[in-house]
Design a protein around this ligand. Structure first.
Ligand code: NDP
Ligand code: 2IT
Length: 452
């Protein structure tokens, strides 16, 4: 067989597994995309000849580096940092930075791969990247976090640039960390540019960037429900996580007349039968983001709520589920439990929170199921708008940005509908729609460049 002969899905995935040993998250993300793309490109010779999917599944570059810093007790600490620049066919590399104990190359490669399709779906000119470090911010003082961020940026800066690579936040990286990293970049380069997004409003940040991912995930859920004549009004919703994405998803569910029953963190979940309304959501935001507390403390504050230690919320009866914590937090059994309990809609605020068995279960049950690369793209879309505002040295009003976010999510929904139609049915396969719509733009740009 010559290298240009068509390989089938199994042969392709065999190669991906062989070339990426010990990287299960990356293999999983590629598998989920390849299942749809192989079918789509079957009769499209150019994509085969130019090995487009094979090339997208091989990052342009993976940079890894040592990050040394000194803790408050004068101990020298050593962490590993990475930037995975997956693909820049349609724009500068763009994607978040994650600081979490469990970060490794596999996790960042899967996130950078997903980001490539997600950024393409937004319609904005952004390539895909992700980075981070195996640094655990929990229990660290502000000064420890600052010293870590400065050391991290002292190496990372040489790989960045407004037209090269523009990072942002993700798990464990919020406005505080972006501030420390932006300050260090500015100091090293003697240059004030929009090289990071998610910045504070005082130094070039965009209004509604903080809210964008969670709001966007709920707009997408609303779009899917509206298409079948339904809505969020009066629905019970189960949410996981209690960080940036989860709290803003909860806020939007409340605004649209739904009821939020659960939130979680790595310690367990809280169930509040009265509903986590706006006031309670504000308390969680403050407690988790500013006081850096635990979700378990909620039950001390709000009577009637129960904390389930070490558990995830998927067995709570609901109409809608919005996983907003981390990858593989909802498996096939959880999906079946949700379906059995009458859940009709799932929107992924997190990246790849549902494992492959779960994806297959939702597809088989005809659940309205939106994959993260479509549903959580509102965050990076507003990051793209932050880049535009920084380049033009202007700032748009909240009203303008809210409308842009709303319209962007609708645009992504409509592109998924365009590519995700199921023959002989009114239904939409949103996973397939997102994978193909995201792929086509990147693939066609790559074809235009020839072999590079
Ligand atoms: P935050 O750091 O603000 O919050 C993360 C939340 O998830 C916390 O409640 C955290 O609990 C929980 N969590 C993290 N890791 C685990 C784990 N291993 N097991 C159980 N719970 C866990 O992050 P974000 O809200 O920004 O990110 C959440 C998800 O959304 C991620 O998948 C991220 O990639 C995705 N995303 C984020 C975007 C953004 O704009 N921020 C954009 C698009 C997607 P604890 O406090 O105990 O660690
Ligand atoms: O997963 C994601 O899309 C993000 N963490 C946001 C990336 C960004 O560049 O705003």
């Amino acid at each position: 067989m010559s290298v240009t002969d068509h390989v089938n899905l199994e042969e392709f995935m065999g190669g991906v597994k062989r070339r990426n040993p010990g990287q299960p998250e990356f293999v999983q993300a590629v598998q989920e995309v390849a299942e749809d793309i192989f079918d789509f490109i079957e009769d499209k010779e150019e994509y085969h000849e130019y090995q487009i999917l094979r090339r997208i599944a091989e990052p342009d570059r993976v940079v890894s580096f040592r990050v040394c810093w000194e803790d408050d007790n004068s101990n020298i600490r050593v962490q590993r940092g990475w930037r995975v620049q997956n693909n820049n066919a349609i724009g500068p590399y763009k994607g978040g930075l994650r600081f979490h104990r469990d970060v490794n190359e596999s996790v960042l490669k899967f996130l950078a791969f997903e980001q490539t399709f997600k950024n393409s779906l937004t319609g904005l000119p952004m390539g895909g990247a992700k980075g981070g470090a195996n640094f655990n911010p929990k229990g660290k003082s502000d000064h420890e976090v600052m010293r870590f961020c400065q050391s991290f940026m002292t190496e990372l800066f040489r790989h960045l640039g407004v037209d090269t690579d523009v990072p942002a936040g993700d798990i464990g990286v919020g406005t505080r960390e972006i501030g420390y990293m932006f300050g260090q970049y500015k100091r090293i380069k003697n240059e004030f540019t929009g090289v990071l997004t998610g910045k504070g409003l005082e130094y070039g940040g965009s209004l509604i960037r903080t809210e964008a991912t969670g709001y966007g995930a709920i707009y997408f859920l609303q779009d899917m429900l509206e298409r079948v004549g339904n809505s969020i009004e009066g629905k019970n919703c189960v949410i996981s996580g209690s960080g940036n994405v989860a709290t803003h998803a909860a806020e939007k569910i409340n605004q649209l007349g739904g009821k939020v029953l659960t939130m979680s963190d790595s310690g367990g979940f809280i169930y509040d039968p009265e509903g986590i309304d706006q006031e309670k959501t504000d308390w969680i935001k403050h407690h988790k983001t500013h006081q850096r507390g635990r979700i378990a403390d909620y039950v001390e504050e709000f009577i009637g709520a129960v904390f389930h230690e070490g558990k995830r919320p998927w067995a709570v009866e609901c109409d809608l589920a919005v996983p907003c914590a981390t990858q593989n937090e909802l498996d096939g059994e959880d999906a079946k439990t949700l379906i059995g309990n009458g859940c009709i809609g799932v929107s992924e605020g997190a990246n790849m929170p549902v494992n492959l068995d779960g994806v297959h279960a939702f597809k088989a049950a005809e659940t309205l199921y939106a994959p993260g690369k479509a549903a959580n793209a509102g965050g990076v879309a507003v990051s793209g708008l932050e880049m535009s505002q920084n380049s033009a040295r202007i700032s748009w009003s909240e009203e303008e940005l809210q409308k842009l976010l709303f319209d962007t999510m609708k645009g992504i929904h409509d592109r998924c509908v365009e590519y995700g139609g199921i023959a002989g049915s009114e239904r939409i396969d949103y996973v397939r729609g997102a994978n193909i719509a995201g792929f086509v733009k990147v693939a066609d740009a790559m074809l235009a460049y020839g072999v590079v």
